[in-house]
Design a protein around this ligand. Structure first.
Ligand code: IPD
Ligand code: CA
Ligand code: CA
Length: 263
C-alpha cells in the first residue's frame, strides 16, 4: 500500500464526512422526519440522506470497493477494500438537538483498519487516522491520557436499544465504575466516545451490543493514539465477530478489565 493511496483514501473519506456534516447541520434546525427501527431506535430522513451522499462520494472515486453502511447493508461488490459507514452516529441526540452526534467512516483493507474519519458535531471536530502513520484532531496529533489509576479516571459507556440481559449487565457496571472512578459519562454516540478516549478527554470506554459501523473508524483512531482496544474478555477486538468493546489508556486498561471480569 503506497502512501499516496492512503492519502487519497483519507482525502475522499474527509470529503464525504464534510459533505455529510453540512447536510446534517442544515437539517438540525428543521423538523425531523422520524421512523422507528425498534421501540426507541430512531432513524431519520437525515440518516438516510447522509448515507446516500457518503456512498455516492466513495463510489465516485472507488467504484470497485465493497461498502457496508448502517441503513442499507452491504453493496454487492467483492473487494479487499471495505468501507464501513455510520451516516449519523447519535441519532437520538440529533433528534433532540443534544450536542453529541457524528459521521463515522472507516476503510478496512483485508479486514485491517487502514483509514478513519469521525466528524463530531455540532461543535465540529474532525478526527482522522492513517494506519501506522498517526492520528489527528483538526490536523493536530493526539494521544490518549496518561492517568494511572482508576480512582483518578473518567470513563464513558453506552447502552444499546435492546433492553435485555446485556443492558441490565451494563447498568450494574455503570454503578460499579461510578463508585470506583471520578465518574462515568453516557453521551450517546459511540464514535465520539471512542475519539474522546483517543484524545485523552476520557480515560476509558466500554460498551456491549455495538455494530461494526459504531466502531470501524474509532478503533484505528484509538489504536493510533496509543489506546488498548479489545473485546470485553480481553482478547483483540475483531470487528467481524465482537459486539462488545473495551478501549482505554494502557495504564488503566488492566484495572478496568479486571473489574469487568469480577462482576
Ligand atoms: C448508537 C450510539 C450510542 C450507542 C448505541 C448505538 P446510532 O448509534 O452510538 O452511543 O450506545 O449502541 O447504536 O443508532 O445513534 O447510530
Ligand atoms: Ca451508531
Ligand atoms: Ca447511525
Amino acid at each position: 500500500m503506497s502512501l499516496t493511496n492512503k492519502d487519497k483514501f483519507l482525502e475522499v473519506a474527509v470529503e464525504a464526512a464534510l459533505a455529510s456534516s453540512d447536510l446534517i447541520m442544515e437539517a438540525l434546525s428543521q423538523p425531523k422526519i422520524i421512523d422507528r427501527k425498534g421501540k426507541t431506535d430512531l432513524v431519520t430522513k437525515t440518516d438516510r440522506a447522509s448515507e446516500v451522499l457518503i456512498k455516492s462520494i466513495i463510489r465516485s472515486f472507488f467504484p470497485s470497493h465493497r461498502i457496508l453502511a448502517e441503513e442499507s447493508g452491504f453493496n454487492n461488490i467483492e473487494s479487499e477494500f471495505l468501507w464501513i459507514i455510520d451516516p449519523l452516529d447519535g441519532t437520538t441526540n440529533f433528534v433532540h438537538g443534544y450536542p453529541s452526534f457524528a459521521v463515522s467512516i472507516g476503510l478496512l483493507h483485508k479486514n485491517i483498519p487502514l483509514i478513519s474519519v469521525v466528524l463530531e458535531m455540532p461543535n465540529i471536530k474532525l478526527y482522522s487516522a492513517i494506519q501506522s502513520e498517526g492520528v489527528w484532531c483538526e490536523g493536530k496529533s493526539i494521544k490518549c491520557s496518561s492517568t494511572k489509576r482508576l480512582i483518578n479516571s473518567l470513563l464513558t459507556t453506552g447502552f444499546g436499544y435492546v433492553h435485555e440481559d446485556l443492558w441490565e449487565k451494563n447498568m450494574i457496571l455503570f454503578k460499579h465504575f461510578t463508585n470506583l472512578t471520578q465518574g462515568v459519562r453516557r453521551l450517546g454516540a459511540a464514535a465520539i466516545d471512542i475519539c474522546h478516549v483517543a484524545d485523552g478527554k476520557i480515560d476509558g470506554f466500554w460498551e456491549y451490543d455495538l455494530k461494526p459501523w459504531d466502531t470501524a473508524a474509532g478503533i484505528l483512531i484509538a489504536k493510533e493514539a496509543g489506546c488498548i482496544v479489545s473485546n470485553l474478555s480481553g482478547n483483540p477486538y475483531d470487528i467481524r465477530k465482537d459486539n462488545n468493546i473495551l478501549i482505554a489508556n494502557p495504564n488503566i486498561y488492566d484495572e478496568i478489565l479486571n473489574e469487568i471480569k469480577s462482576i
